[in-house]
Design a protein around this ligand. Structure first.
Ligand code: ATP
Ligand code: MG
Length: 400
């Protein structure tokens, strides 16, 4: 079937009243960015619907990309036709005839947004259904559980006919909700946390703490690859790579073993808060989930948080590992995340980290360190790398 357009529906946006125009513009911009490798297409919108005019481009790869664009509730490849009964009948017949193998049962569903077309939608469905029944042998109408549904949308900008509706990812368009700085490790959780933040419409920047030579260049490459995977959902992501060796060494040499992780995380927070301020991010986000490991108890989170004022969002807080892993597989970060790597936490993992650290005790142990200078040096040494979606996939495969 030669589909000439893809019709995009976006449910949640309709609820947003006044902001709707801004949301729609953001979504349209994102659709254009994600489809930048298809120069022949045109994207337009009109009263609650968006269209990709294919101009000869293959619909399949475009449908796959659109299924990752947050804010989209569903998509359909459609054929645009004239607003006449003849044209609608003929096109509907072509659309259903193209389904292989021919369905045994069908139903026609009509939505008439343009009331200038004066046949009521039920009547349109009835007439088109009757026409299909006369033209195709061995097919029957089933209103309840049909094998095929022919959708007709009669609108001012055109009449669109389809037989296929694919779910979109839902959520809000990236860029509609401000900016968040994601603490991105090489693990399973934080990329999933990033994806969940993107789903709520935030723009992401990512920060990663790197302890070269305790951690290898390869482990950093893996974090870049994970950030790259996230760009498939959110466009460009800036990755802030923080040199963390000096701080980790200072902590290891001067602080008691059971508080190493707590103090290390407090430094991560302090540095993240400053980078967030520099980049206008209004919150941090992490992949923590309550009780998952020793550093993720309430006491621990409280002790770690108490050195900063910026909110820290934890989209995975109520999820267990099985649920998180399921999403990691779905968004295609899992295989990367489980590659063996040394992360800056495992290098310094003490035998028995404290599970109920106290802010006053952590502060006492830290007092021997020149906190301000250490933080300042790390912020100064931070390198910003723009991670841009594109043709990196092949490189990822080659690397490992
Ligand atoms: P993940 O799978 O995301 O690494 P985790 O279950 O291994 O999480 P931790 O290692 O305790 O948990 O880390 C908790 C959170 O702290 C991570 O989800 C991430 O947001 C952040 N984090 C940990 N290490 C780093 C790092 N080297 N750079 C940036 N953020 C980090
Ligand atoms: Mg980790």
């Amino acid at each position: 079937m030669n589909y000439d357009h893809i019709l995009i529906r976006y449910g949640e946006l309709a609820l947003k009243g006044k902001n709707r125009d801004a949301f729609e513009n953001t979504l349209m911009r994102n659709v254009r960015i994600m489809l930048k490798d298809f120069p022949e297409i045109r994207v337009s919108r009109n009263y609650g619907r968006m269209y990709v005019q294919l101009n000869g481009a293959d619909a399949q790869p475009i449908l796959e990309i659109l299924q990752r664009v947050f804010g989209i509730s569903s998509i359909s490849p459609v054929v645009k036709t004239k607003q006449t009964e003849e044209a609608i009948k003929e096109t509907a017949l072509q659309v259903i005839s193209a389904i292989q193998p021919q369905p045994r049962t069908f139903r026609v569903e009509t939505r008439r947004a343009d009331k200038r077309y004066n046949i009521p939608s039920m009547e349109v469905s009835r007439r088109v259904g009757g026409y299909i029944l006369r033209q195709l042998e061995g097919i029957k109408v089933d209103l309840h559980q049909p094998e095929a549904v022919v959708n007709i949308e009669i609108r001012t900008e055109g009449t669109f006919i389809s037989s296929q509706t694919l779910p979109g990812p839902g959520g809000l368009p990236v860029g509609a909700s401000g900016k968040v700085l994601l603490l991105l490790s090489g693990g399973i959780d934080s990329p999933v946390a990033g994806w969940m933040m993107l789903k709520r419409g935030v723009t992401l920047e990512a920060i990663h703490f790197h302890s070269y030579p305790f951690t290898s260049e390869r482990s950093l490459e893996k974090v870049r690859d994970l950030a790259y995977k996230l760009t498939r959902y959110g466009g460009k992501i800036r990755l802030h790579v923080v040199p963390f060796t000096e701080i980790q060494t200072a902590i290891r040499d001067n602080c008691p073993e059971d508080y190493l992780i707590t103090i290390m995380r407090r430094f991560m927070m302090r540095i993240s808060e400053r980078i967030a301020a520099q980049t206008n991010a209004l919150a941090l986000a992490s992949g923590e989930s309550l009780g998952q490991v020793a550093s993720q108890t309430l006491e621990s989170m409280n002790t770690i948080n108490s050195v900063i004022n910026i909110p820290i969002l934890r989209p995975l807080i109520g999820m267990d590992k099985v649920e998180i892993t399921e999403i990691a597989r779905k968004i295609d970060t899992f295989d990367l995340s489980i590659l063996p790597y040394e992360d800056c936490c495992t290098i310094f993992t003490p035998k028995s980290p404290v599970t109920r650290p106290k802010p006053e005790i952590a502060a006492n142990f830290e007092a021997v360190l020149d906190i301000e200078t250490l933080v300042e040096n790390a912020v100064k040494g931070t390198v910003v790398e723009p991670i841009i979606g594109g043709k990196r996939e092949a490189a990822v495969v080659d690397l490992f």
